[in-house]
Design a protein around this ligand. Structure first.
Ligand SMILES: [Zn+2]
Ligand SMILES: [Zn+2]
Length: 366
Protein backbone atom coordinates (compact mmCIF):
# COMPACT_ATOMS: atom_id res chain seq x y z
CA UNK A 1 0.00 0.00 0.00
CA UNK A 2 1.26 3.47 -0.79
CA UNK A 3 1.31 6.19 1.83
CA UNK A 4 -2.15 7.79 1.77
CA UNK A 5 -0.74 11.23 2.65
CA UNK A 6 1.63 11.01 -0.29
CA UNK A 7 -1.14 9.81 -2.58
CA UNK A 8 -3.34 12.78 -1.77
CA UNK A 9 -0.40 15.16 -1.55
CA UNK A 10 -1.22 16.46 1.91
CA UNK A 11 0.87 17.04 5.02
CA UNK A 12 0.70 14.66 7.98
CA UNK A 13 -1.15 17.28 10.02
CA UNK A 14 -3.62 18.18 7.28
CA UNK A 15 -7.12 19.08 8.48
CA UNK A 16 -10.19 17.16 7.37
CA UNK A 17 -11.08 20.08 5.09
CA UNK A 18 -7.66 19.98 3.41
CA UNK A 19 -7.90 16.22 2.99
CA UNK A 20 -11.35 16.47 1.48
CA UNK A 21 -10.24 19.18 -0.97
CA UNK A 22 -7.13 17.21 -1.95
CA UNK A 23 -9.24 14.11 -2.47
CA UNK A 24 -11.69 15.96 -4.67
CA UNK A 25 -8.83 17.25 -6.86
CA UNK A 26 -7.16 13.84 -7.08
CA UNK A 27 -10.42 12.01 -7.77
CA UNK A 28 -11.25 14.33 -10.66
CA UNK A 29 -7.73 14.04 -12.07
CA UNK A 30 -7.66 10.23 -11.94
CA UNK A 31 -11.28 9.49 -12.67
CA UNK A 32 -11.48 6.82 -15.43
CA UNK A 33 -14.01 8.95 -17.36
CA UNK A 34 -11.38 11.65 -17.67
CA UNK A 35 -8.69 9.21 -18.68
CA UNK A 36 -10.36 7.24 -21.47
CA UNK A 37 -7.97 4.72 -22.96
CA UNK A 38 -5.63 4.74 -19.96
CA UNK A 39 -5.93 1.28 -18.39
CA UNK A 40 -4.13 2.37 -15.20
CA UNK A 41 -6.62 5.13 -14.42
CA UNK A 42 -9.02 2.87 -12.62
CA UNK A 43 -6.34 1.50 -10.32
CA UNK A 44 -5.07 5.02 -9.58
CA UNK A 45 -8.59 6.20 -8.88
CA UNK A 46 -9.18 3.28 -6.51
CA UNK A 47 -5.91 4.02 -4.73
CA UNK A 48 -6.83 7.65 -4.20
CA UNK A 49 -10.25 6.62 -2.96
CA UNK A 50 -8.71 4.19 -0.52
CA UNK A 51 -6.30 6.83 0.77
CA UNK A 52 -9.26 9.10 1.38
CA UNK A 53 -11.19 6.38 3.19
CA UNK A 54 -8.26 5.95 5.56
CA UNK A 55 -7.60 9.63 6.19
CA UNK A 56 -11.23 10.71 6.45
CA UNK A 57 -11.97 8.27 9.25
CA UNK A 58 -10.34 9.43 12.50
CA UNK A 59 -9.94 5.85 13.78
CA UNK A 60 -8.40 4.53 10.55
CA UNK A 61 -6.16 7.58 10.31
CA UNK A 62 -4.88 7.17 13.86
CA UNK A 63 -4.15 3.49 13.24
CA UNK A 64 -2.30 4.34 10.09
CA UNK A 65 -0.26 7.02 11.88
CA UNK A 66 0.67 4.66 14.67
CA UNK A 67 1.05 1.29 12.98
CA UNK A 68 1.02 2.04 9.26
CA UNK A 69 -1.88 -0.34 8.88
CA UNK A 70 -4.42 -0.41 6.12
CA UNK A 71 -7.87 -1.17 7.53
CA UNK A 72 -9.05 -2.45 4.18
CA UNK A 73 -6.35 -5.01 3.72
CA UNK A 74 -7.98 -7.87 5.61
CA UNK A 75 -11.38 -9.20 6.54
CA UNK A 76 -14.71 -8.36 5.02
CA UNK A 77 -13.86 -5.14 3.26
CA UNK A 78 -12.59 -5.73 -0.22
CA UNK A 79 -9.48 -3.99 -1.39
CA UNK A 80 -9.76 -4.98 -5.01
CA UNK A 81 -10.09 -1.38 -6.03
CA UNK A 82 -12.74 -1.60 -8.73
CA UNK A 83 -14.62 1.55 -9.50
CA UNK A 84 -17.54 0.14 -7.56
CA UNK A 85 -15.39 0.51 -4.50
CA UNK A 86 -16.45 4.08 -4.65
CA UNK A 87 -20.16 4.39 -4.73
CA UNK A 88 -21.43 7.30 -2.76
CA UNK A 89 -24.36 5.91 -0.86
CA UNK A 90 -24.65 8.74 1.59
CA UNK A 91 -28.11 9.66 0.37
CA UNK A 92 -29.42 6.15 0.24
CA UNK A 93 -31.61 5.12 3.10
CA UNK A 94 -30.59 2.37 5.50
CA UNK A 95 -32.50 -0.54 4.02
CA UNK A 96 -31.41 0.33 0.52
CA UNK A 97 -27.81 0.62 1.71
CA UNK A 98 -28.05 -2.81 3.28
CA UNK A 99 -29.38 -4.29 0.10
CA UNK A 100 -26.75 -2.66 -2.07
CA UNK A 101 -24.00 -3.87 0.19
CA UNK A 102 -25.58 -7.30 0.18
CA UNK A 103 -24.97 -7.26 -3.54
CA UNK A 104 -21.34 -6.53 -2.86
CA UNK A 105 -21.53 -2.82 -3.52
CA UNK A 106 -19.74 -1.32 -0.61
CA UNK A 107 -20.75 1.72 1.28
CA UNK A 108 -17.50 3.46 2.25
CA UNK A 109 -18.98 4.58 5.54
CA UNK A 110 -19.78 1.06 6.58
CA UNK A 111 -17.57 -0.55 9.19
CA UNK A 112 -16.26 -4.06 8.89
CA UNK A 113 -18.57 -6.71 10.20
CA UNK A 114 -17.78 -7.20 13.81
CA UNK A 115 -19.36 -9.07 16.63
CA UNK A 116 -18.27 -8.06 20.10
CA UNK A 117 -18.12 -11.13 22.27
CA UNK A 118 -17.66 -10.49 25.97
CA UNK A 119 -16.02 -13.23 28.02
CA UNK A 120 -15.43 -13.42 31.73
CA UNK A 121 -11.84 -13.74 32.90
CA UNK A 122 -12.41 -17.39 33.75
CA UNK A 123 -14.05 -18.20 30.39
CA UNK A 124 -11.10 -16.70 28.54
CA UNK A 125 -8.55 -18.42 30.77
CA UNK A 126 -10.15 -21.85 30.72
CA UNK A 127 -11.73 -21.79 27.27
CA UNK A 128 -15.42 -22.04 26.49
CA UNK A 129 -18.04 -22.54 23.82
CA UNK A 130 -20.51 -19.75 23.26
CA UNK A 131 -23.59 -19.43 21.15
CA UNK A 132 -23.88 -16.13 19.34
CA UNK A 133 -26.92 -14.74 17.52
CA UNK A 134 -26.98 -12.00 14.95
CA UNK A 135 -29.13 -10.81 12.11
CA UNK A 136 -28.04 -10.91 8.51
CA UNK A 137 -29.56 -10.66 5.08
CA UNK A 138 -29.78 -14.04 3.39
CA UNK A 139 -30.82 -15.14 -0.07
CA UNK A 140 -34.59 -15.52 -0.10
CA UNK A 141 -35.39 -19.23 -0.24
CA UNK A 142 -38.86 -18.73 -1.72
CA UNK A 143 -37.70 -17.03 -4.92
CA UNK A 144 -34.08 -18.15 -5.03
CA UNK A 145 -33.16 -14.48 -4.51
CA UNK A 146 -34.63 -13.38 -7.85
CA UNK A 147 -37.30 -11.30 -6.15
CA UNK A 148 -40.04 -12.73 -8.37
CA UNK A 149 -42.90 -14.85 -7.08
CA UNK A 150 -42.19 -18.47 -8.07
CA UNK A 151 -43.25 -19.19 -11.64
CA UNK A 152 -43.64 -15.53 -12.64
CA UNK A 153 -41.42 -13.86 -15.26
CA UNK A 154 -38.81 -11.12 -14.86
CA UNK A 155 -38.72 -8.12 -17.16
CA UNK A 156 -36.00 -5.67 -18.00
CA UNK A 157 -35.87 -2.77 -15.51
CA UNK A 158 -37.41 0.34 -16.99
CA UNK A 159 -35.54 2.70 -14.70
CA UNK A 160 -32.09 1.70 -15.92
CA UNK A 161 -32.99 0.06 -19.23
CA UNK A 162 -31.64 -3.25 -17.97
CA UNK A 163 -28.13 -1.94 -17.29
CA UNK A 164 -28.43 -2.26 -13.53
CA UNK A 165 -26.74 1.10 -13.21
CA UNK A 166 -27.77 4.70 -13.48
CA UNK A 167 -25.67 7.81 -14.05
CA UNK A 168 -25.59 10.20 -11.18
CA UNK A 169 -23.52 13.22 -10.28
CA UNK A 170 -24.54 13.47 -6.66
CA UNK A 171 -22.05 13.18 -3.86
CA UNK A 172 -18.58 14.45 -3.31
CA UNK A 173 -17.30 14.26 -6.85
CA UNK A 174 -18.91 16.72 -9.27
CA UNK A 175 -18.70 14.38 -12.25
CA UNK A 176 -21.15 11.67 -13.23
CA UNK A 177 -20.59 8.24 -11.77
CA UNK A 178 -22.39 5.00 -12.35
CA UNK A 179 -24.38 3.93 -9.37
CA UNK A 180 -26.50 0.86 -8.84
CA UNK A 181 -30.04 1.31 -10.02
CA UNK A 182 -32.25 1.86 -6.97
CA UNK A 183 -35.33 0.44 -8.70
CA UNK A 184 -33.92 -3.02 -9.46
CA UNK A 185 -31.15 -3.04 -6.83
CA UNK A 186 -28.55 -3.24 -9.57
CA UNK A 187 -29.94 -6.43 -11.09
CA UNK A 188 -31.21 -4.91 -14.32
CA UNK A 189 -34.31 -7.04 -14.08
CA UNK A 190 -37.52 -6.61 -12.21
CA UNK A 191 -40.14 -9.00 -11.02
CA UNK A 192 -43.60 -8.47 -12.46
CA UNK A 193 -45.10 -10.14 -9.45
CA UNK A 194 -42.85 -9.61 -6.44
CA UNK A 195 -42.09 -12.54 -4.17
CA UNK A 196 -44.20 -12.33 -1.03
CA UNK A 197 -41.50 -13.51 1.37
CA UNK A 198 -38.95 -10.83 0.48
CA UNK A 199 -41.27 -8.25 -1.13
CA UNK A 200 -39.24 -8.42 -4.31
CA UNK A 201 -35.88 -7.70 -2.74
CA UNK A 202 -34.51 -11.21 -3.16
CA UNK A 203 -33.12 -11.11 0.35
CA UNK A 204 -34.64 -11.66 3.75
CA UNK A 205 -33.41 -10.77 7.19
CA UNK A 206 -32.62 -13.91 9.15
CA UNK A 207 -31.39 -14.52 12.64
CA UNK A 208 -28.26 -16.60 12.54
CA UNK A 209 -27.16 -18.74 15.47
CA UNK A 210 -23.58 -19.87 15.59
CA UNK A 211 -21.60 -21.89 18.08
CA UNK A 212 -18.13 -20.51 18.56
CA UNK A 213 -15.44 -22.30 20.50
CA UNK A 214 -12.87 -20.16 22.25
CA UNK A 215 -9.63 -21.91 23.22
CA UNK A 216 -8.24 -21.69 26.74
CA UNK A 217 -6.03 -18.64 27.12
CA UNK A 218 -7.68 -16.53 24.40
CA UNK A 219 -6.57 -12.96 24.87
CA UNK A 220 -8.47 -9.70 25.06
CA UNK A 221 -8.64 -8.04 21.65
CA UNK A 222 -8.24 -11.26 19.67
CA UNK A 223 -10.17 -11.34 16.42
CA UNK A 224 -11.67 -14.66 15.41
CA UNK A 225 -12.68 -14.91 11.82
CA UNK A 226 -15.41 -17.40 10.96
CA UNK A 227 -15.36 -18.02 7.23
CA UNK A 228 -18.54 -17.43 5.29
CA UNK A 229 -20.59 -16.40 8.32
CA UNK A 230 -20.51 -12.67 7.76
CA UNK A 231 -23.66 -10.68 7.19
CA UNK A 232 -22.98 -9.56 3.66
CA UNK A 233 -23.23 -11.36 0.37
CA UNK A 234 -20.30 -11.07 -1.99
CA UNK A 235 -20.87 -10.51 -5.71
CA UNK A 236 -20.43 -14.25 -6.35
CA UNK A 237 -23.29 -15.00 -3.97
CA UNK A 238 -21.21 -16.33 -1.06
CA UNK A 239 -21.13 -14.65 2.33
CA UNK A 240 -18.38 -12.50 3.76
CA UNK A 241 -16.45 -13.68 6.82
CA UNK A 242 -17.65 -12.85 10.29
CA UNK A 243 -15.12 -11.16 12.49
CA UNK A 244 -15.62 -11.73 16.18
CA UNK A 245 -13.85 -9.36 18.49
CA UNK A 246 -13.06 -10.95 21.86
CA UNK A 247 -13.47 -8.68 24.86
CA UNK A 248 -12.25 -10.12 28.16
CA UNK A 249 -13.92 -8.46 31.12
CA UNK A 250 -11.75 -7.47 34.08
CA UNK A 251 -11.84 -9.64 37.18
CA UNK A 252 -12.17 -8.44 40.77
CA UNK A 253 -9.19 -10.45 41.98
CA UNK A 254 -7.24 -11.80 39.04
CA UNK A 255 -5.08 -10.11 36.53
CA UNK A 256 -3.39 -11.74 33.58
CA UNK A 257 0.36 -11.55 33.10
CA UNK A 258 1.24 -13.62 30.03
CA UNK A 259 0.27 -17.15 31.01
CA UNK A 260 0.50 -16.33 34.71
CA UNK A 261 -2.40 -15.16 36.83
CA UNK A 262 -1.67 -12.51 39.42
CA UNK A 263 -3.66 -11.71 42.52
CA UNK A 264 -3.09 -9.65 45.66
CA UNK A 265 -3.94 -11.20 48.99
CA UNK A 266 -3.92 -9.44 52.37
CA UNK A 267 -2.21 -11.17 55.28
CA UNK A 268 -2.05 -10.15 58.90
CA UNK A 269 0.93 -8.80 60.73
CA UNK A 270 1.21 -12.00 62.69
CA UNK A 271 0.95 -14.26 59.63
CA UNK A 272 3.72 -12.22 58.01
CA UNK A 273 5.99 -12.47 61.03
CA UNK A 274 5.32 -16.03 62.14
CA UNK A 275 4.24 -17.62 58.88
CA UNK A 276 1.08 -19.62 58.39
CA UNK A 277 -1.32 -20.97 55.84
CA UNK A 278 -3.71 -18.87 53.80
CA UNK A 279 -6.51 -19.82 51.41
CA UNK A 280 -6.39 -18.13 48.03
CA UNK A 281 -8.79 -18.18 45.08
CA UNK A 282 -7.54 -19.91 41.93
CA UNK A 283 -8.95 -20.46 38.46
CA UNK A 284 -9.89 -23.97 39.56
CA UNK A 285 -11.43 -22.88 42.87
CA UNK A 286 -9.35 -22.53 46.01
CA UNK A 287 -5.90 -23.54 47.19
CA UNK A 288 -3.98 -23.41 50.43
CA UNK A 289 -0.67 -21.59 50.34
CA UNK A 290 2.04 -21.60 52.99
CA UNK A 291 3.32 -18.19 54.00
CA UNK A 292 6.89 -18.58 55.27
CA UNK A 293 7.93 -16.83 58.51
CA UNK A 294 9.18 -13.21 58.15
CA UNK A 295 7.40 -12.68 54.86
CA UNK A 296 7.65 -9.06 53.77
CA UNK A 297 4.77 -7.05 52.39
CA UNK A 298 4.89 -7.21 48.59
CA UNK A 299 6.48 -10.68 48.50
CA UNK A 300 5.25 -12.88 45.68
CA UNK A 301 4.34 -16.49 46.38
CA UNK A 302 4.05 -18.87 43.49
CA UNK A 303 1.51 -21.62 42.90
CA UNK A 304 2.99 -23.68 40.09
CA UNK A 305 0.78 -24.80 37.22
CA UNK A 306 -2.30 -22.91 38.41
CA UNK A 307 -2.19 -20.33 35.62
CA UNK A 308 -3.27 -20.34 32.00
CA UNK A 309 -2.50 -23.03 29.40
CA UNK A 310 0.66 -22.36 27.42
CA UNK A 311 -0.19 -21.97 23.80
CA UNK A 312 2.81 -23.49 22.08
CA UNK A 313 3.87 -26.08 24.59
CA UNK A 314 2.33 -28.34 27.19
CA UNK A 315 1.63 -27.18 30.71
CA UNK A 316 0.33 -24.04 32.30
CA UNK A 317 1.58 -20.78 33.72
CA UNK A 318 1.65 -20.12 37.45
CA UNK A 319 -0.47 -18.20 39.84
CA UNK A 320 1.49 -15.40 41.47
CA UNK A 321 0.21 -14.27 44.83
CA UNK A 322 1.41 -10.91 45.98
CA UNK A 323 0.87 -10.67 49.72
CA UNK A 324 0.54 -7.38 51.51
CA UNK A 325 0.58 -6.86 55.23
CA UNK A 326 -2.49 -5.25 56.63
CA UNK A 327 -1.99 -3.21 59.78
CA UNK A 328 -4.89 -3.76 62.20
CA UNK A 329 -7.32 -0.84 62.18
CA UNK A 330 -9.14 -1.67 65.37
CA UNK A 331 -7.18 -2.65 68.42
CA UNK A 332 -8.60 -4.09 71.62
CA UNK A 333 -6.85 -2.83 74.75
CA UNK A 334 -5.27 -6.26 75.14
CA UNK A 335 -3.93 -6.17 71.57
CA UNK A 336 -2.57 -2.69 72.19
CA UNK A 337 -0.79 -3.88 75.33
CA UNK A 338 0.78 -6.74 73.41
CA UNK A 339 1.95 -4.46 70.63
CA UNK A 340 3.49 -2.04 73.12
CA UNK A 341 5.24 -4.99 74.65
CA UNK A 342 6.37 -6.14 71.23
CA UNK A 343 7.71 -2.68 70.54
CA UNK A 344 9.70 -2.74 73.73
CA UNK A 345 11.01 -6.19 72.94
CA UNK A 346 12.13 -5.18 69.44
CA UNK A 347 13.43 -1.95 70.93
CA UNK A 348 15.93 -0.02 68.93
CA UNK A 349 16.92 -3.10 66.94
CA UNK A 350 16.69 -1.97 63.37
CA UNK A 351 15.22 -4.51 60.98
CA UNK A 352 17.17 -5.26 57.74
CA UNK A 353 14.98 -3.09 55.51
CA UNK A 354 15.01 -0.21 58.00
CA UNK A 355 18.79 -0.49 58.23
CA UNK A 356 19.26 -0.31 54.47
CA UNK A 357 16.83 2.62 54.35
CA UNK A 358 18.78 4.50 57.05
CA UNK A 359 22.01 3.92 55.13
CA UNK A 360 20.55 5.31 51.91
CA UNK A 361 19.23 8.27 53.89
CA UNK A 362 22.71 8.96 55.24
CA UNK A 363 24.12 8.82 51.72
CA UNK A 364 21.58 11.40 50.67
CA UNK A 365 22.35 13.98 53.36
CA UNK A 366 26.05 13.14 53.80
ZN1 LIG B 1 -38.17 -13.84 -2.37
ZN1 LIG C 1 -32.83 -0.86 -12.80
Amino acid sequence: MRDPYELLGVRRDATQEEIKAAFRRAAIKHHPDRNQGDPTAQARFAEVNRAYQILSDPGHRKNFDRFGTDPFERGGVSATGGIEDFVDLSNVDGVMGDILSAFGIKNPDRKKVEYRLELSFEEAALGTTREIRYARLEHCKTCGSSGAAPGTPMTSCRNCGGRGKVRSSQGLIPIPLDRPCPACFGRGKMAQTPCVSCRGKGLTKQTRTLEVSLPAGIEHGTARVVEGEGNRIKPGGTYTDLEIQVVVLPHDLFERDGDDVRCRVPISYVQAALGGEITVPTLAGKAKVRVPPTTQSGSVLRLRGQGINHRLRAGKGDQLIEVFVEVPVELSSRARELLVELGQELGENLQPQQRSFMEKLKGLFG
